[in-house]
Design a protein around this ligand. Structure first.
Ligand code: GLY
Length: 389
């Protein structure tokens, strides 16, 4: 690793602000006491902290995934590895989990054929590496790490792919059924009279830049996502549900395309790292790059803390979310407050989630559900053990 030394929301999911927003203590006796309330800090030595998320929009019930990532990262820190390596190891665990949009669970793009992944890692010593638009790699975070050992900060496209190939990393080529279902759902939303944020009024057929022809209707779009048989099966299931007037179970899944995985780390020496990995957004034109590999958009780390965002990449870039959360933590705001202030211009329809850690503690928050977990010292916290109303 070479150092770069140039220099009405649904719920607050953070433990730090639990009492103020109706979130209550976890019921499980396995969970520790919550971190102190904002402003209630003592002078005790720093405890190591790891926070991980499974992406904005990921069900809190999947928090076992981030919890495993947190514990893997913590194990590495306990063994003496720096926050940089701990954050990467945490991300690797989430890239191995097909339930999350990264690594083997990465989203499919609109053509139903291509997968493009982005990843980035940064620490408080100024090291940064990022990669965008690569394919067929199980752990894109290791490519981002390798970029940090070059004179560059960010590599994209064919060159990044060729660079990744030199690393001879383990491959990942097949889309999961979950990714196919998400794409089918995304197409249904795009072709509805209520397209997802950013696509309203967009002439996407004119902008279509994939190698396969643009689908002319929902049936053709579903064939791209699911194949002929899958599209037929979905249509038959919908017809049966309509006949029995059953609830459409997919109705509350949104388009499910906004997620990413992230890890932030604080060592007991007060060093920080942040890492992100994503399969990007399903409903995206070819070549689109989101917030993840952009320094200060999806992630930031420095001597005052570390931040990792998830959600609508365009909104995160526009609001410079990670840099703004970090700036406010550097000004002395606890992570939770810093997150709230820095994300207030992002709407629930756009969607964003953030995890952050500083010398004042940690925060985890999203405009919707989000799987996350944290470990502070010996105490564990996870989103699905939090209760909110
Ligand atoms: N937040 C991931 C993306 O927008 O690509």
């Amino acid at each position: 690793m070479a150092a770069w030394r140039q220099g009405a929301r649904l719920c607050l999911l953070t433990a730090l602000a639990v009492s103020s927003v109706g979130c209550t203590r976890p019921a499980s006796s396995e969970l520790g006491e919550l971190p102190p309330s904002v402003g209630d800090f003592d002078d005790a030595p720093l405890k190591p902290i790891v926070v991980a998320h499974g992406g904005q929009g990921s069900p809190a019930a999947l928090s076992d995934g981030p919890l495993r990532a947190v514990q893997a990262a913590r194990t590495r820190m306990d063994a003496g590895d720096p926050p940089w390596e701990a954050a990467i190891v945490g991300i690797e665990g989430l890239e191995d989990d097909p339930r999350f949009n990264a690594g083997i669970g990465a989203n499919l793009r609109m053509d139903g054929k291509t997968i493009q992944t982005d990843a980035a890692v940064m620490d408080d010593l100024g090291s940064f590496g990022a990669v965008a638009g690569i394919r067929g790699v199980r752990h894109p975070i290791r490519v981002a790490e390798a970029v940090a050992s070059t004179p560059h900060l960010l590599m994209v496209g064919a060159g990044a792919q060729a660079f990744a190939d030199t690393l001879k990393l383990e491959g990942a080529t097949l889309a999961t059924q979950r990714a196919r279902d998400k794409l089918a759902h995304g197409w249904a939303r795009l072709l509805s009279d209520r397209p997802m944020a950013g696509w309203e009024g967009v002439d996407w057929r004119k902008a279509w830049n994939y190698e396969v022809p643009a689908p002319k209707n929902l049936r053709e779009a579903r064939v791209l996502a699911l194949g002929e048989e899958g599209a037929d099966a979905l249509a038959a299931a919908e017809a049966a549900a309509e006949a029995s007037q059953a609830e459409d179970e997919s109705a509350d899944t949104e388009d499910g395309t906004k997620d990413t995985v992230g890890v932030v780390v604080r060592s007991s020496e007060g060093h920080y790292a942040a890492a992100l990995s994503t399969g990007g957004t399903t409903m995206a034109l070819r070549g689109r790059v989101g917030d993840v590999p952009q320094l200060g958009a999806g992630l930031y780390a420095g001597p005052h803390g570390a931040v990792a965002a998830t959600g609508k990449g365009e909104a995160i870039i526009r609001e410079r979310v990670a840099a703004e959360v970090y700036r406010r933590m550097a000004d002395g705001l606890p992570p939770q407050q810093a997150i709230e202030v820095a994300t207030r211009n992002i709407t629930a329809d756009e969607g964003v989630g953030v995890i952050a850690v500083s010398d004042l503690g940690w925060g985890a928050w999203a405009t919707s559900q989000m799987a996350w977990a944290a470990q502070e010292g010996a105490k564990l916290y996870r989103a699905d053990e939090m209760v909110w109303r």
